[in-house]
Each structure stands twice: as structure tokens, then as C-alpha cells.
Design a protein around this ligand. Structure first.
Ligand SMILES: Cc1ncc(C[n+]2csc(CCOP(=O)(O)OP(=O)(O)O)c2C)c(N)n1
Ligand SMILES: [Mg+2]
Length: 282
């Protein structure tokens, strides 16, 4: 990946962060920590990897994305708006009465959303069904899903994993946002899903581990996933919850709390400063 592409993806990730926070601040509710931690992955998927067209959101041949950790919808909405599925201004209407941007993704109301999610564990199951459909119908699309590391505590995740390996879903790539925290604190204190790599390996996955904020590593991992035949791939992304806002990073308290006005302004100024640097470097 060349430097210009990398900067463009970083720029999009920062804009996703801004849109996520503006929605959460406006709603005075939502999930900033986990939204910020997947902004880089969403930027890569929507602005580099996935074959999708906002003008034709229901194209049967489009790649599919499922946000299995649906509480991080504000980041997904940021990516979809930037991609052109709906106006960026709409991000401010998150969780408002009559808005099409609910607190969790709604495939019937929001253009570009492939699966309604929010009940943890269910998204990956639907994603595997989509991947099997591609195999049965001889379609070339690929399916991507992002799961939380706390979400791995749900038993349904492992039923889906068993299914994906059994049906040799090599067109399916799961990403685990391994940020070490869930709603109540450290995943290792609440109910440890570790070792995550060995578990997925045991369930028949090809396992890759990366820093999920590094676009070069992300790109290499996806190339490896595409070359892996006969089994699904999981990319375990060593991420930082709250990434990109100094006082939110690695703090479980920012799982599901909205910032005050002062905190919001501080967060925006940190992100805007990085956006400015990226624009100067262009
Ligand atoms: C089935 C189910 N149980 C509980 C919840 C409530 N809940 C929302 S987020 C969350 C913690 C998820 O942690 P993790 O997957 O690590 O998310 P992240 O750190 O990426 O925000 C919980 C328990 C839910 N959405 N679904
Ligand atoms: Mg987590």
C-alpha cells in the first residue's frame, strides 16, 4: 500500500471517528469506546476492500458487511455516510425520534446496512448464512463481520464458527476487535474468552493476528485471507478501545457513555488536529 492511499484511509478513519462522536454527543447516549476502536477497520473495508456501490445498495453481487457488535453503529453510520449512502449531516440525528439511524443497525431503515444487529452473537451467524448463500448460488461476493472480544463470551459465536468451518466458508472473514474491554471491565476479569487464537484454530479457522490500527498490516491480513482456501479466516485485531481520543483510550467507563460538552470539544479538537496534519501531508 502506498503512502497516499494510507493517508487517505487514515483521513477517512478520523472522519468516521468525528461522525460517530457527533452522533453520540447529539443523542447524549451511545457507545464511543468500541466505535472509535473499529474506525480504521471500517475505513479499510469501505474505502479500499469491499466491492459495494452506494448507488446500488441491494446489488446481489455486492460484498456484505455485518457489524456483529451492533452497539458500535455510530462508526458504521460514519463510514456509510462518507461512502455516500446518505448525507453526512444525518449522523447528527443518531437515536433521535424519526431518524433512520437507530442506536443499533437496522437493515430495513438504513441504506447500506446488510444485517440488523445488536444482540451480541447473532451477527456472525447471519454473516455465515450469507457466505453459504454465495457458495450455493455460485456468487463471487465475500462476507466480512466485526465481532467484539466481549461478544466472544456468547455461545452462539462458537456455533457459527463451527458452521463456517464445516461448510468451508473461505469467502468469509471475521475480525475480532480485541480491545481487552467489554461493558463491565476487562474481558479477562469478566469471563475470559482467551486464548482467542487457539479457540478459533480449534474451530477450524485460519488465524491471523495484527495491530488493527495499522493499514499496512490490515491490508496484508486481508490478502492472506483471500488466498486461504477451504476454511474461513479470522483476523484478531489488537486494538485500543477509545482509539484516537486521549481520555477515552483503554477506559471501560467509555463503553457506553456520552461525552459532556467540554469532553466532546476536546475530543473533536484532537481528531481535527490529526485531520489537518493528514491534509497538509497530501
Ligand atoms: C446478547 C447480548 N447481551 C448483552 C448485551 C449488552 N452489551 C452491549 S455491548 C456489551 C459488551 C460488549 O463487549 P465487546 O464485545 O468487547 O464490545 P466493545 O469492546 O468492542 O465495545 C454488552 C454486554 C447485548 N448487546 N447483547
Ligand atoms: Mg471489547
Amino acid at each position: 500500500m502506498d503512502d497516499t492511499t494510507k493517508r487517505q484511509l487514515q483521513w477517512n478513519a478520523e472522519k468516521i471517528r468525528l461522525h460517530a462522536l457527533e452522533g453520540i454527543y447529539g443523542a447524549a447516549s451511545g457507545h464511543p469506546g468500541g466505535s472509535l476502536s473499529i474506525a480504521d477497520l471500517l475505513s479499510y473495508l469501505y474505502f479500499y476492500k469491499m466491492k459495494v456501490d452506494p448507488k446500488n445498495p441491494k446489488d446481489p453481487n455486492r460484498d456484505r458487511f455485518v457489524l456483529s457488535k451492533g452497539h458500535c453503529a455510530p462508526a458504521l453510520y460514519g463510514a456509510l455516510a462518507l461512502k455516500g449512502y446518505f448525507p453526512e449531516e444525518a449522523c447528527k440525528t443518531l437515536r433521535k425520534i424519526d431518524s433512520f439511524l437507530q442506536g443499533h443497525p437496522d437493515m430495513k431503515g438504513t441504506p447500506g446496512v446488510d444485517m440488523s444487529t445488536g444482540s451480541l452473537g447473532q451477527g456472525i451467524s447471519a454473516a455465515c448464512g450469507m457466505a453459504l448463500n454465495a457458495k450455493l448460488d455460485g456468487l463471487a461476493y465475500r462476507v466480512y463481520a466485526i465481532l467484539g472480544d466481549g461478544e466472544l463470551e456468547e455461545g452462539e459465536v462458537w456455533e457459527a464458527a463451527m458452521f463456517a468451518a464445516h461448510y468451508k466458508l473461505d469467502n468469509f472473514t471475521a475480525m475480532v476487535d480485541f480491545n481487552g474491554l467489554q461493558i463491565d471491565g476487562k474481558i479477562t476479569d469478566v469471563m475470559s474468552p482467551c486464548p482467542i487464537d487457539k479457540k478459533f484454530e480449534g474451530f477450524g479457522f485460519h488465524v491471523i493476528q495484527i495491530n488493527g490500527h495499522d493499514f499496512v498490516q490490515i491490508d496484508k491480513a486481508f490478502a492472506e485471507a483471500e488466498q486461504t482456501k477451504g476454511k474461513p479466516t479470522v483476523i484478531i485485531c489488537h486494538n485500543i478501545k477509545g482509539k484516537g481520543v486521549s481520555f477515552m483510550e483503554n477506559e471501560a467507563g467509555w463503553h457506553g457513555n456520552a461525552p459532556s460538552r467540554e469532553q466532546y470539544e476536546q475530543a473533536v479538537s484532537e481528531i481535527q488536529a490529526r485531520i489537518k496534519c493528514l491534509e497538509v501531508a497530501e
